[in-house]
Each structure stands twice: as structure tokens, then as C-alpha cells.
Design a protein around this ligand. Structure first.
Ligand code: DAH
Length: 335
């Protein structure tokens, strides 16, 4: 027995060799049984401890158990390696195979329309500007020459946030005209797509929040002719060559003269109407220029604003604005 215990080193060495030679989990299991099983070599040594003289037992027991623990650890390490190997695909990946076809979704119709409008304006040299949806009285109304008793400021229409400084949710993107002109010297050529808020109750054509796009062009000698030409170019690109536009006199506090744009096309006829109101516009009011520090004797400009949902409804023949916000896949999948 003493000899066997002295041969422990050799036994351990043989076990390590057998473990690293095992190339499958099954072979490794055989090695485990051969050394640690009920009839295994290390188990056998432990069983024979009783035959040793009493004083030799503790030391011999310690040495055998140390080897046993080491062999267990090495068996487990090898098992981990073999398990990972077994779970790998047999053949290396073929990166030239076609990818898995996942449904990637599509761009929301309102985003599509916005991107198309912006693209047309970019071709004419316009840049995209943005401003905050939480505005104040000054940028949304005062600076746009909208007097305090103007119906547009009626609390029926505007969501006020109830803060001391009269913060509100902007009712139109026109507030960004003021911010843009205060931020830069003329000339200015911007479009501003963005969300606006009004206290409309939701029905088929109204929603308390919707999207507008604002345009502003300021330079020397800008005329109504530039306005008409630009708007016609963009609407033809967006809604087809057959588009006809009609400009009617209107009132906005921040433009003079002010105009409303009607448009007619095979699309409006499909909706049962020859002409549909589509935008407000006009020549920037001298008061507005004064409010932002532009000299109205030097600079002139035009501005317009229209609702993106309305354009999208005409373009796609949609009769209920709420469809845009419901995220119904049966609706969205059509775009
Ligand atoms: N802000 C107007 C609205 O919300 C639209 C509008 C009209 C914008 C005339 C303009 C403009 O810039 O010149 O109905």
C-alpha cells in the first residue's frame, strides 16, 4: 500500500494524460469512471486506507484526497471545453449565403410626406430649422404681431401650461420664424416641420396635435411672384404635374398681404371637391421684421404654413386623420 501511495504522482500524471486525450464527452466520462467511479483507481486507494498502520492513515488520506480534488477539477475543465466544441456548428459559416428575411417595417406616411416636402425645398436652397414645442406667448403670438385680444389667443384654442411665464404648447410652427430671424442675419431660407397643438376635439379631420411645415424666405427684393413660383414648384413635385393653385386674399397678423392657397388636382376630385384649402401664406409684415431687428425698408420676404396631415390625406386618399396616430398595422402596412 505504501508503494501505491508513493505512486500517486504517477497515477495523477496518467489521469491528466487520459483527460487531455479524451476528444469526446463520452470518452471523458469513461476516464471519470476509471478514476473516480465506485471501482475507480483513486476510489480504490481510499478504500484501502484502513489497511495502513494507524499513524500513516491521516497523511496518506490527505495526499489521496488532494489528487482526487485535482483530477475532479481537471475533468470539469475538460468537460466545459468539449461541451463548447460540441455546440459549435459542424461546418464553418458561409457568409455568402443570403441573409434571413426579417420584416423591416416602413417609414410612417406622415414622415414620408414630410421628407418629400423637405427634399423639394432643399433643392431650392432651403435649410431645415427647428424650435421648441413648449413656447411662450411672445414667440407664438406677440412677436408675430398677434394682439393680446386676437381670437387666435383664445384659451379655447391654446393649451397653456399654467406656469407664471405663460408657457404654452405652440399652436403653429410660425413661432420658429421669430427664433430663426433672431438667431441670424438675413438672407434667410428655412423650412420648419414640426408638431403643433390646439384644443380641438378629436374627430375625423381634427386632432389636438398635428404637424405643420413652415417656410420663410427673406432677402432683398423678394416678391409675391417668388412665393407663388416656389409653392407651385413644391406642390407639383409632391402631388403631381396636374396640380393647379389658386391664391385668395386672407388675413394673418404676421403677413401683409396675406393669402390662402387652394389647390385642385385629380386627387381633390377623387375626394369629391374641385378646390381644397391647403395653406396660408403672405409677405412678412413689417412689424414682424421690426420685432426681430430686421430693417423692413431693406428686407422683404414671404412665409407660409400648412398642415402635413392634410397633404398626406389628399395624397393617399385618407378620410380620417386619426388613422395616422393609431399605429394599426393594417393601415401602416399599406405604405
Ligand atoms: N400659422 C398659420 C396657421 O397655423 C399658417 C400660416 C399662415 C403660416 C401664413 C405662415 C403664414 O407663415 O405666412 O394656420
Amino acid at each position: 500500500m505504501a508503494d501505491t501511495v508513493n505512486d500517486l504522482e504517477a497515477l495523477h500524471g496518467a489521469a491528466v494524460e487520459a483527460i487531455s486525450a479524451a476528444s469526446t464527452l463520452e470518452q471523458l466520462q469513461e476516464v471519470r469512471v476509471a478514476y473516480l467511479g465506485a471501482k475507480g483507481k483513486i476510489t480504490g486507494l481510499l478504500k484501502q486506507l484502513g489497511k495502513l498502520p494507524k499513524e500513516e492513515r491521516p497523511e496518506a488520506g490527505q495526499r489521496i484526497n488532494k489528487v482526487k480534488a485535482a483530477v475532479e477539477i481537471q475533468l470539469n475543465e475538460r468537460r466545459d471545453v468539449l461541451e463548447i466544441e460540441a455546440s459549435k456548428p459542424k461546418n464553418p459559416s458561409d457568409f455568402s449565403l443570403p441573409g434571413r428575411r426579417l420584416a423591416t417595417g416602413s417609414v410612417h406616411p406622415l414622415t414620408q410626406v414630410t421628407e418629400d416636402i423637405v427634399r423639394s425645398f432643399r433643392r431650392l436652397g432651403f435649410a431645415v430649422a427647428a424650435g421648441p414645442e413648449i413656447e411662450d406667448d411672445y414667440h407664438c403670438f406677440d412677436a408675430l404681431n398677434t394682439p393680446a385680444d386676437h381670437p387666435a389667443r383664445d384659451t379655447q384654442d391654446t393649451f397653456y401650461l399654467g406656469t407664471k411665464d405663460r408657457q404654452l404648447l405652440r399652436t403653429h410652427t410660425s413661432s420658429v420664424q421669430i427664433r430663426a430671424m433672431k438667431d441670424q442675419e438675413p438672407p434667410v431660407r428655412i423650412v420648419v416641420p414640426g408638431r403643433v397643438y390646439r384644443r380641438d376635439s378629436a374627430d375625423a379631420t381634427h386632432n389636438p396635435t398635428f404637424n405643420q411645415i413652415e417656410g420663410l424666405y427673406v432677402d432683398r427684393g423678394v416678391t409675391v411672384g417668388d412665393l407663388k413660383g416656389t409653392v407651385e414648384f413644391v406642390f407639383r413635385e409632391l402631388l403631381g404635374k396636374e396640380v393647379k393653385l389658386r391664391f385668395r386674399p386672407h388675413y394673418f397678423s404676421y403677413t401683409e398681404p396675406s393669402l390662402e392657397i387652394d389647390f385642385s388636382s385629380p386627387l381633390t376630385r377623387k375626394m369629391g371637391k374641385e378646390w381644397l384649402e391647403i395653406a396660408g401664406c403672405g409677405m412678412v409684415h413689417p412689424k414682424v421684421f421690426e420685432n426681430v431687428g430686421y430693417d423692413p425698408e431693406v428686407w422683404s420676404g414671404w412665409a407660409f404654413g400648412f398642415g402635413i396631415e392634410r397633404i398626406a390625406m389628399i395624397r393617399y386618399g385618407i378620410n380620417d386623420i386619426r388613422l395616422f396616430y393609431e399605429n394599426d398595422m393594417r393601415f401602416l402596412n399599406q405604405f
